[in-house]
Every structure is written in C-alpha cells, then in structure tokens.
Design a protein around this ligand. Structure first.
Ligand SMILES: *[C@@H]1O[C@H](CO)[C@@H](O)[C@H](O)[C@H]1NC(C)=O
Ligand SMILES: *[C@@H]1O[C@H](CO)[C@@H](O)[C@H](O)[C@H]1NC(C)=O
Ligand SMILES: *[C@@H]1O[C@H](CO)[C@@H](O)[C@H](O)[C@H]1NC(C)=O
Length: 469
C-alpha cells in the first residue's frame, strides 16, 4: 500500500541550495512571532501569548547549508491546463482564470506523480471559498476575518496550481468516502488547529459531525462514513515538563528533545493519518533537555553556565527527528504521518511589537521575500525529515510524507488576519497618526482562506497513498 521511502522525501526545493539572504533580512535585529496558544481548555494553554525570538543565531549565520538534491520535474507527467510559458508570465497572474477539475478522480495517473508544491497561485473567482464565515460554527473568533470586518475578499479566491497537474478542489463527500472508517489526527501547535478547523468547516458543509471531545483531545465523528477527525495539542511534539532539571528551575518549561510527546504517542496506533505541525513554539521561553542534561534555552540561560550547546533552531531540528522516528518506527502504527512544513509568517518591517505589519495586503506576492528565520527553520525541518526517513528503514520511512507548504505559502502575504482578530468594533485597523500599524496577527490564516488549500493538499496526499496498489 505504501510507496517507497523517497516518495515523500523528494521535494526539496532547488532554492535551498541557491538561497541568498537579502541584506534586509540581516538588518532585522529581532523577530517576533505571535502565537495563539493551545486553544480551548485542552491543556490549560489557551491564553493568547506573544513570543520573542532571540536573534543571536541569525547574526551568526550568514549562509545556509546547501547540498540537498532538488527534486527533478517529473518528465512523464503531462502538463495541466497551462504550459510553462504561461505560468512564468507575471502579467497574467491577476487575470481571472477558471481551473478545470481533473477528469478522473480515481485513476488520475498524472496527478499521482506531479510535485504538488511547485506551482503558482491563480486567481479563480469561479470556485469561491469552500465555506463562509457564517456557515461554519467552529471558526474561532480570532480567525474569522470576514466577521471581524476585513474589507477585502479576493484572498478567498486564489487557487494553487501545481505546474504539472491540477490540485482538485476539495470535495467533502469524496473525502469522507475515502476516509470511511478511518481516523485523521492533527497533532501540534496552533497551526495544526488552524488546519483542523479548516477541514471541519469544509466537511461541515455536507454533514454535521458529532462532538466527542474530551479533555485529552478534540474529536469529531462524521457518522455517515464513521470518519473521525481528532486534534491533540502538542507545542513541541516532544515531552514537556516544568519540573527542575539540573540548573533549570522548576516552573520553566523543559523541552525534552529526545522524548516524543506521550500525549499523542499513546493514541498513535489508532490513527490512519497523523498530520504534524511544530516550529513556532521554539521561540518561546524554555530550556532544552537532551539525555537528561540542560543543553540550551530560549529567552533563558544563566550567564554563569557559559555558552549554550544548542540554540532553539538546532533544538527544533532534534525534536523533529525524535518525533518522526518514533512515529515511523512504532510497529503498531500502520498509517501515514504527514509533516506539514513550517508555516511562514509575514510581519514586515518589524515584528508584532515593533511596527511589523501585514495590513493592507490583498494579493499574493509575485516572489517570496526571503526571511532568514523561516528559511532556517524550514531547512532544519526538511533535513530532519530526511534523516528520519533513512533512520526508520524502508518500511518505517515509507510512512513519512512531507507536505511542503512553506514556499507556496510564503507568497500568501494576503492570507493572514492582520488587524482583524476580533469582532470588537473599536479595534484599530489602520495606521495611527504616527504611522504605527495596529497590533496584528500575521502568522495564523483567515478562515476561509489559503489554509483551506492545506487540506486540498492533504486530501491529495492521502488519495495518492490509498490509490497505490
Ligand atoms: C504556451 O502558452 C502560450 C500562451 O498561451 C502560447 O503562446 C504558447 O504557444 C504555448 N506553448 C506551447 C508549447 O504550448
Ligand atoms: C465539543 O465538546 C466539548 C466537550 O464537551 C466542549 O467543551 C466543546 O465546547 C464542544 N465544542 C463545540 C464547538 O460544540
Ligand atoms: C514605530 O513607528 C513609529 C512611527 O514611525 C516610531 O516612532 C517608533 O519608534 C516605531 N517603533 C518601533 C519599535 O520601531
């Protein structure tokens, strides 16, 4: 049923090895990311928090490691509705173009080989969003852009067009049929929640699910097909504790880089598909523990301990490998594990508290504005993914799939909440007289919005797995 271990791994972008850090990225002395914490009452981490990224590693890094092999375009794939000449013509980008659906959902061979993550955003007003701001009861207030007064709607109409094939529009009934009797679990941070809620909203349009949530997890059952959708909070995907470890005091979060998070691992055998999301919590104040020893910290480190062995980015790298290897080599886990790559934020000219802004962005970018932190996190994550595939052996490695969204979504500067994070009619949405932009969220994604495309990509990934015989 599973494809070979290279199937999911062969998606590293050429740009990784040719990347150039623009000078502007180096001028940034502080990158701050807002993060909506845990959500609901699941883990007591439901308050909104903002975390500061210590920038020291940025300064120490003028270059990125390269050397990964780019994925070659599939020569056997037929082109979709556009040829590459068209695709590269920037002027055609804002022309309204209808993307046709693939003709044969079950046996679409060309779709099964093309790289889903290399392509372009196409404005296609013929389709429209898969749900609306008032047709889904589970959109959390902070991500309901239209209800919160966002004036433009164009961002709801861009479809992702892979170069070599068509990414099918999400068909909720087909999805439930494909997932008949199966369980899909989203595990991770607030971006995992963003994606899970998007999926629930899409499916809600054809069937109201039954809420079987517990204190351990959110759980929704679609009775017609016995499909279960789960979300489990896990900030770092590895074990966390606040107990004292060596010189790291009680109370401070300890992130155990070599121990997978038991909060989801104990349920792993019951999952057919698990989607993993992490990265942004590595900006949070915490201590990193490896082999029972304190090896580093983020926004915390006692001066008298000398140099840290490890910064937050390297800690992230180890945590990804720990988690993925544990999942892939678990003999009771028979499903697939999808790693959704680092979700890019779009704070421009500063951070959330230093006049960083994505206000007024109403169209995708033509070209990615390189962000040194995002690039590094992405590079570490992909490298850890590849190591995990190798370490897990042929059978285990085949369970791991990379959902390589970082580059396509780096273009979606228009897809975030910006200042439209609450219904408060008095919230500030414009720059003040001093030119300061209002406080905003340029990390999470509007619903409906580009995050829905993650689920189209996920659907396609699952479909390909189940089609392989
Ligand atoms: C590609 O599309 C462009 C623009 O529609 C057209 O002029 C050109 O002939 C096409 N090339 C091929 C090889 O189909
Ligand atoms: C689902 O059920 C849980 C547990 O009973 C509850 O806390 C939560 O509010 C429910 N969610 C919705 C959207 O109804
Ligand atoms: C934000 O912008 C205002 C006005 O341009 C400026 O006075 C202020 O110093 C800026 N704040 C930061 C933290 O950069």
């Amino acid at each position: 049923m599973m494809k070979g271990p290279t199937a999911g791994a062969g998606v590293i972008r050429q740009w990784l090895s040719t990347i150039v850090v623009p000078a502007v990225a180096l001028v940034v002395t502080m990158v701050v990311i807002s993060l909506l914490a845990g959500g609901s009452s699941l883990s007591g981490e439901s308050i909104r928090e903002f975390f500061t990224i210590a920038p020291d590693f940025l300064a120490s890094r003028g270059m990125f490691q390269g050397g990964q092999q780019p994925c070659l375009p599939d020569k056997n794939a037929q082109s979709g509705t556009m040829n590459s000449t068209e695709a590269s013509v920037g002027a055609s980008r804002y022309v309204d173009r209808k993307i046709p659906e693939p003709t044969d959902f079950q046996t679409d061979a060309q779709g099964s080989t093309c790289d889903l993550y290399r392509g372009e955003w196409v404005f296609d007003s013929s389709a429209g969003p898969l749900y609306t701001h008032n047709s889904c009861p589970v959109i959390i207030e902070t991500q309901n852009c239209q209800r919160n007064g966002r004036p433009d709607k164009g961002y709801e109409n861009w479809r992702w067009k892979p170069e070599q094939c068509i990414l099918p529009r999400f068909d909720a009934r087909k999805f439930l049929e494909l997932m008949r009797g199966k369980t899909l679990a989203f595990v991770g941070d607030s971006l995992a929640r963003n994606q899970m809620e998007s999926l629930l909203c899409i499916l809600w349009q054809v069937e109201t699910p039954e809420n079987q949530s517990t204190s351990r997890m959110q759980k929704w059952i679609f009775a017609s097909s016995s499909t279960t959708i789960i979300r489990i909070w896990s900030s770092w995907l590895v074990h966390k504790s606040t107990e004292a470890v060596e010189f790291a005091p009680e109370g401070l979060d300890k992130v155990f880089l070599d121990i997978p998070d038991e909060n989801f691992m104990e349920f792993l055998p019951s999952f057919d598909v698990i989607v993993l999301s992490s990265g942004h919590w590595f900006t949070r104040r915490s201590a990193y523990i490896l082999n029972g020893k304190v090896v580093g910290g983020q926004l915390w480190w006692p001066r008298q301990e000398g140099n840290m062995q490890m910064n937050n980015v390297d800690s992230f790298s180890i945590s990804v490998e720990t988690c993925l290897t544990a999942v892939a080599t678990n003999p009771k886990f028979k499903g697939i594990a999808v790693v959704r790559t680092y979700s890019p934020d779009h704070y421009e000219r500063g951070a959330w508290n230093t006049n960083g802004s994505c206000t007024g962005k109403v169209k995708p970018l033509h070209e990615v504005v390189r962000n040194a932190y995002t690039d590094t996190m992405y590079e570490k994550q992909v490298a850890s993914f590849r190591r995990s595939v190798i370490k897990s052996g042929e059978h285990g490695g085949a369970k791991l799939k990379l959902m390589d969204i970082t580059e396509p979504f780096a273009l979606r500067v228009d897809g975030h909440l910006g200042p439209y994070t609450s219904v408060d009619p008095n919230k500030k949405t414009q720059r003040g007289p001093d030119g300061k932009p209002p406080r905003q969220d340029c990390l999470h994604w509007c619903m409906p919005g580009p995050v829905d495309t993650w689920n189209e990509m996920l659907f396609e990934t699952i479909r390909r797995e189940l089609l392989v015989v």
